[in-house]
Design a protein around this ligand. Sequence first.
Ligand code: NDP
Length: 266
Amino acid sequence: MHFYCVFGNPILHSKSPILHNYVFYKLNINARYCKHLLNSDNNFKNIFLEYGYKGANITLPFKESIINYCDEIHGIANEIGAINTIIKNNNKLIGYNTDASGFYKCIENYDIKNALIIGAGGSAKAIAFILKNKGINTAITNRSISRLEFFKSKDFQCINIFELENIAKEIKFDLIINATSSSLKKELPLKLELLKKLFLNTKVAFDLVYGSCEFLELAKQYKLIAIDGSKMLLYQAIYASSLFLNKPYKTIANTMQEVFDVAFNA
Ligand code: NDP
């Protein structure tokens, strides 16, 4: 039997085992996926190898630190500097980032030419690089200016909140993404008046949290397409599972979608 897990802290809330174990069951694969609470990333590679895992997902707060324990980094994870998926191959840990492609899958059918990301943490980085790679002009704003430095160094347009207030009426973003954790605290990521001005010229609003939140409720008042983070969770898990099992995206997608609909509508 092969073992997989999701490493994080806290980890009790994670729905990843439901998604991955259902795929193993339906595709007749002798494997199990569990939650692994990690107190620190010290000695991560030894922990991974001692437990005999074949693959794993990495969640908060380790996505940026555990990349340092990988022997190889593949794809867009190199630019982002963060991973959420690891595969063991010949005792080497190979790191990937499927958050980025999972996010893009949610918006790929909309006509998006430019985007504003609110937030400058790990998930903002994943989203910024996938949008850039897809040719979408991407600007970043954040509550604290210091975190914008990383994005400036990567040639993204960075707008501090004071500038944004001055230009909000004139600028137009097809897509605005709340990549902050504000919605978890039932707060808006920017002042209400500022968001109202921005939403006047926007088509799609995206919030990374699962389910409804004030940011998306406001977007709906402005008749925007409002997308929450639950599908991003699903799509990143499908990409991760296809890496774990070396199977095409489509094979995993049909199966994982079934259990996702049950788990998220429960
Ligand atoms: P980080 O901790 O790396 O970054 C948090 C960001 O949120 C910072 O830019 C911070 O600003 C900003 N922020 C926090 N609180 C507020 C607030 N009240 N008002 C304005 N800005 C605020 O987090 P991540 O990037 O890893 O994750 C962000 C969110 O995305 C989390 O809620 C996480 O659960 C969710 N997520 C969802 C995924 C999915 O699959 N749907 C995948 C990954 C993440 P500052 O720099 O000023 O502190």
